[in-house]
Design a protein around this ligand. Structure first.
Ligand SMILES: [Cu+2]
Length: 501
């Protein structure tokens, strides 16, 4: 796919106006540690002994170096989810696509630039299920000012899962077509919360201490392998101001929907009566007859300082009324409410497309051991696969958070019915569509996206449900060099990991 020259020139101009002024350096030591939850000790691969891993916090325009030291027994790469990595696909961290993995006992330094991006992104290992333990926030603050009143405090909210089984084994099981494993708990910032206990002793939960009248910026990201999450805070509303490190026109909602791979920035004002309020994140899933996984949810607590006469310290936290986990319209409406906050320097929406692709996301099946024919349905002779444009396909009732590396996509429209080219093209939003690196394609529906192929390199596109990518829902865009010096992919770094030594 050749770059679109007109749009590329515009993006390049925006990129050079912000000079890099700071340098940020991190060392990520990847190792296996023992963690105990739910009465079980589990070996988990993490960065610097932490789950979630360290947050990278930078200012727009900084240059960033992350030294990855692999002390684990696994091959490791780290993907910087949502970073555009302009002319830098070698640092994108996709094993066997943009790099050979960092082998056990080896090191590699990722050099990243964060020019022209502001908001919440994240990093994770791009090694099958190991990313359930290897992830953290990547926060890019504006060099000048937020396009909204400066919050009093910023709080990353990392929604994840706790797996009591070995994650490397889980990955092997998925690739081999076994889908019976489920996570043991949902986590918020690595904590399971008080819905879970070990022999009656409740698990630790996240507590957010707030002061009345102050404004908090929640930087919410979904690092889970399995589920989209619906999040509410009893007695409080969110003002959504960003998604996938792109500002959106602020809107108010009592529920945030965040799919795997997506991020949402939302302001919350501590405007309720002093007291304690639960924050609940519940995993959504397709309704029956789809295979059901146990309902996964976790809760944290927003806590106001309680003094004489302004609340009852002994009272239990107020709980929010949660939506049905099968109600996909919560997600559809949340995503449909997102529009870009157009500002000076915002990339323009391409008015037309040079090339159009029609991609069908479906389930299918293949016979084991390379056989051409076998029993297909409910049989151990075949395994289910998730596909992009395969004909041997069946109806698929999941939504799919499709993540494109190296680019943001304008989401022009979405629907939860059949796509109708005549009807639906007419209602494309070409004025202020949201820009996302992960587009949640609604279940039994569609999304129309447009992106500018202005970044030469090899870019992975895949579903961010770990099971789906494990069983095939992935593709690669190869974007050729452009005609100018500024649009030619440089050579890989001299110390790039090698595959076979
Ligand atoms: Cu999927």
């Amino acid at each position: 796919m050749a770059p679109s020259n007109l749009c590329m020139a515009i993006v390049a101009l925006a990129a050079v106006t912000a000079a890099a002024v700071g340098e940020v350096e991190h060392t990520f030591v990847v190792s296996e540690v023992k963690m105990t939850h739910l009465c079980n000790e589990t070996l988990v691969t993490v960065v610097n002994g932490q789950l979630p891993g360290p947050a990278i916090e930078v200012t727009e325009g900084d240059s960033v170096a992350v030294h990855v030291v692999n002390k684990s027994p696994h091959n490791i790469t780290i993907h910087w989810h949502g970073l555009k990595q302009r002319l830098n696909c070698w640092a994108d961290g996709v094993p066997m696509i943009t790099q050979c993995p960092i082998r056990p006992g080896h090191n590699f330094t990722y050099h990243l630039n964060v020019t022209g991006q502001e908001g919440t992104l994240w990093w994770h290992a791009h090694v099958s299920c190991l990313r359930a333990g290897l992830h953290g926030a990547f926060i890019i603050r504006p060099r000048h000012a937020y396009p909204f009143p400066k919050p009093d405090k910023e709080i990353p909210i990392v929604i994840g899962e706790w797996w009591s089984i070995n994650l490397a084994q889980l990955g092997k099981n998925m690739e081999d077509g076994y889908y019976d494993d489920t996570s043991s708990a949902t986590t918020i910032n690595g904590k399971l919360g008080d819905l879970y206990n070990c022999s009656g002793v409740v698990e630790d939960g996240l507590v957010l201490d707030v002061e009345p009248g102050k404004t908090y910026l929640l930087r919410i990201l979904n690092a889970a392998l399995y589920s989209e999450y619906y999040m509410k805070i009893a007695g409080h509303e969110f003002t959504v101001v960003g998604a996938d490190a792109n500002y959106v026109r602020p809107f108010t909602t009592d529920v945030v929907a965040v799919g795997p791979g997506e991020t949402v920035d939302a302001l919350v004002v501590a405007s309720a009566l002093p007291g304690k309020y639960y924050v609940v994140a519940v995993g959504g899933q397709a309704p029956k007859p789809d295979i059901q996984i146990p309902a996964t949810l976790s809760r944290a607590t927003v806590r106001y300082a309680i003094g004489a006469g302004n609340g009852d310290e002994a009272a239990p936290p107020v709980a929010p009324e949660m939506p049905d986990q099968h109600d996909f319209m919560v997600s559809f409406n949340f995503h449909g409410n997102l529009t870009s906050l157009n500002r000076t320097g915002s990339p323009p929406v391409p008015a037309t497309a040079d090339e159009s692709l029609f991609v069908v996301l479906r389930m299918g099946s293949i016979c084991r051991q390379g056989r051409l024919s076998c029993k297909r349905s409910g049989s151990k002779e075949s395994i289910i696969v998730e596909t992009m444009n395969n004909n041997a396909a069946m109806m698929d009732t999941d939504n799919h958070p499709m993540h494109l590396h190296g680019h943001d996509m304008f989401v022009l429209a979405q629907g939860h019915d059949n796509y109708d080219a005549v009807r639906d093209v007419a209602r494309y939003n070409l004025v202020d569509p949201p820009l996302r690196n992960t587009v949640l394609v609604p279940r039994l529906g569609w999304a129309a996206v447009r992106f500018v192929a202005d970044n030469p390199g090899v870019w992975y596109m895949h579903c961010h449900y770990e099971l789906h990518v494990s069983i095939g829902m992935a593709a690669v865009f190869i974007i050729e060099d452009g005609p100018t010096l500024e649009s030619v992919l440089p050579s890989p770094p001299v110390d790039f990991p090698k595959c076979n030594q």
